[in-house]
Design a protein around this ligand. Structure first.
Ligand SMILES: [Mg+2]
Length: 316
């Protein structure tokens, strides 16, 4: 008999009206079975508020590996920016072997749902540091990076070109905050012809000597679980992101959720998490942490539909 109580009747009707509008007509992609939401009404209210403010108030903050790139293609893992370096042109067999051993040791820890971020943190630092030390020993040549990217099987998600192009068209800043290798990441988006002027990258950049040989990594190490510190120390200062209080955040790791912590005076933040791996073990924690979870969805269909809707505002 709850629907007879007047004070609950109206909000329920409003929520149903919004749901009907967004899911059924304006953004039918939200009804895809890969989309999970803890609180659908809040998500739809946030998208509505972002649409009313228009594309001019929007910024997108995204992770790169396994968020903008695919997780698998034809049943095979798509390489991350670090794994693209696993190419005979750049590193020897022994180094490949050592990097795989590190992956087999530390990746299960990264995605272990029974460990907290605090417990994982020192181990992630250990993993990244060991990988970077190995890479430096290999004296990687800068001019071979483009070849390694071309020869790799890295792939952006389906619809990613539209994602980059639409954000550029509406002059929406896109900040990519990646724990991968910035030089490789830039080469991937350059070769996909989507490195538009609205794209800003914060990542681990290589430091080459005068002859173009890798000698170190620049600045503060970025790994999966210190993105908050990077957002506060580096992203917060980016002039291009000022005046964009509405944030669409995309990630595939719980550590990605802190990427918007550097945004000053945010108004609306919508977080979307790609759940690629260990779905059953991690589904609950993802639903409790991200506003929207996309399960084993190798496309950008949902983010694209939301951006299309937000940028359809007449008074932008
Ligand atoms: Mg990632």
């Amino acid at each position: 008999m709850i629907y007879h109580i007047p004070w609950i009747h109206t909000p329920v009707r409003t929520v149903l009206a919004i749901w009907h509008q967004l899911s059924k007509t304006e953004i039918p992609e939200l009804a895809k079975c890969s989309v999970l939401m803890r609180e659908r009404s809040r998500v739809e209210e946030t998208i509505h508020a972002m649409q009313r403010a228009g594309a001019g108030s929007l910024q997108v903050i995204s992770d790169f590996d396994m968020t903008l790139t695919k997780f698998t293609y034809n049943g095979k893992r798509v390489p991350t920016t670090h794994n693209i370096l696993d190419n005979q042109l750049l590193i020897n067999e022994n180094c490949t072997k050592k990097m795989r051993e590190l992956l087999n040791t530390y990746y299960p820890i990264e995605i272990d749902a029974s460990l907290s971020a605090e417990e994982k943190l020192p181990l992630m630092v250990e993993w990244w540091t060991k990988v970077h030390e190995l890479l430096i020993q290999q004296k990687i040549r800068k001019d071979m990076l483009a070849v390694a990217v071309k020869e790799s099987s890295v792939m952006l998600r389906d619809g990613c070109k539209l994602f980059f192009d639409r954000l550029s068209e509406h002059q929406v800043p896109l900040l990519i905050l990646s724990a991968g290798v910035g030089d490789v990441l830039e080469e991937v988006i350059r070769q996909n012809h989507v490195f538009h002027p609205n794209v800003h990258v914060i990542s681990n950049y290589m430091d080459f000597d005068k002859t173009g040989v890798l000698r170190a990594f620049k600045g503060q190490l970025i790994h999966t679980f210190n993105k908050r510190e990077c957002a506060l120390s580096q992203a917060a200062g980016l002039r291009q992101l000022q005046g964009c209080p509405n944030v669409l955040l995309l990630g595939d790791s719980l550590g990605d959720l802190t990427m918007a912590d550097g945004v000053s005076e945010p108004k609306n933040i919508l977080t979307i998490g790609f759940l690629n791996d260990q779905v059953e073990e991690r589904k609950e924690s993802y639903i409790n942490s991200f506003d929207m979870v996309l399960v084993k969805d190798e496309t950008m269909d949902v983010p694209n539909a939301i951006i299309r809707y937000i940028s359809s505002s007449r008074d932008k």
